[in-house]
Design a protein around this ligand. Structure first.
Ligand code: NAD
Length: 292
């Protein structure tokens, strides 16, 4: 069994990014600059944003964290995004999701200029992805593709099953794996909460991508021998034995499924780290496009 180690694969991506930044600096140009907006103080969101900022620093990017409290109005947020859209020194903008209920996420996503949308959530970027045009790929599916590439996992002609159809993970993942790409060309089945024969479908799959947000949902009896298993899920589960009071759990019951899988991602240490790698690559790409 191969452990698809996000730490190793993301370190390799980050090394290449550092080399690019060194070239930028030696050409006396400004470095890529990411603006991250965080609304409220949701513990998981705080952790994700802190990690994004830290990783920007690690590869030599500039980053600016803009915080609003939970009561911020949609208008104030939209005005800030507009200012960042017009700010020449900002290359990429991300708004950490989820947002408070009184703010419409789709309105906020659509307010980000598509060329600064480093999360790749804007409908223009999502539409380009569907048509196979050059675009910004959402960071998590992009990170998974980078992981498949790093470990040279063969995908051509394989049956991939994706559990979860969100716009940020499952749906773009289904498009990438079914696209005519080196690590694509799968036959894809996209499952969701109304899929009736999930176990039966999973048992046919050579590649399983679990992205539903239900800890330990995928058990060994659902997985074919030697399947490749990608666990996207991250859920905080209460755990009194841990210092933080919780543990991060994936959507796959790792101890069981790893005995059957030919390759599998751990949680933590798998897709989460690759998501950051995808985000950093997107930030460099939007910067390079602008500087051309
Ligand atoms: P979401 O809640 O938007 O979507 C969940 C999807 O799962 C839905 O499409 C739903 O139809 C499907 N689903 C729910 N129950 C199901 C069931 N019983 N059978 C089949 N399908 C079912 O979630 P999301 O934003 O896509 O995130 C999914 C998980 O991935 C969460 O745990 C989230 O924290 C995690 N996540 C991780 C990363 C990362 O970097 N590793 C990034 C994004 C999301």
């Amino acid at each position: 069994m191969i452990l698809l180690d996000g730490k190793v694969a993301s370190a390799s991506v980050k090394e290449k990014l550092k080399t690019e930044v060194a070239k930028i600096i030696s050409n006396k140009q400004r470095v890529p600059h990411l603006a991250a907006i965080l609304v409220g103080n949701n513990g998981a969101s705080e952790t994700y944003v802190a990690s994004k900022v830290k990783n920007c620093k690690e590869v030599g990017f500039q980053s600016t964290l803009i915080r609003f409290d939970n009561t911020v109005t949609e208008n104030v947020l939209l005005n800030k995004i507009e200012a960042l859209n017009n700010d020449e020194s900002i290359d990429g903008i991300l708004v950490q999701l989820p947002l408070p209920k009184h703010i419409q996420e789709s309105t906020v996503i659509q307010a980000i200029h598509p060329e600064k949308d480093v999360d790749g959530f804007h409908p223009i970027n999502a539409g380009k992805l569907v048509q196979g045009l050059p675009t910004i790929i959402p960071a998590t599916p992009y990170g998974i593709m980078l992981l498949l590439e790093y470990y040279n996992i063969s995908t051509k002609g394989k049956h991939a099953i994706i559990i979860g159809r969100s716009n940020i993970v499952g749906r773009p993942m289904s498009i990438l794996l079914s696209s005519n790409l080196l690590y694509g060309n799968c036959t894809v089945t996209l499952c969701h909460s109304h899929t009736t024969n999930l176990k039966e479908l999973c048992l046919q799959a050579d590649i399983v991508v679990a992205a539903l947000g239900k800890p330990a949902f995928v058990t060994a009896d659902m997985v074919k021998q030697n399947a490749v298993v990608i666990d996207v899920g991250i859920t905080r589960v209460d755990d009194a034995t841990s210092k933080k009071g919780f543990k991060l759990k994936g959507d796959v019951l790792f101890d069981e499924v790893s005995k059957k899988a030919s390759a599998i991602t751990p949680v933590p240490g798998g897709v989460g780290l690759m998501t950051i790698a995808g985000l950093l690559k997107n930030t460099l790409a939007v910067y390079q496009k602008k500087m051309r």
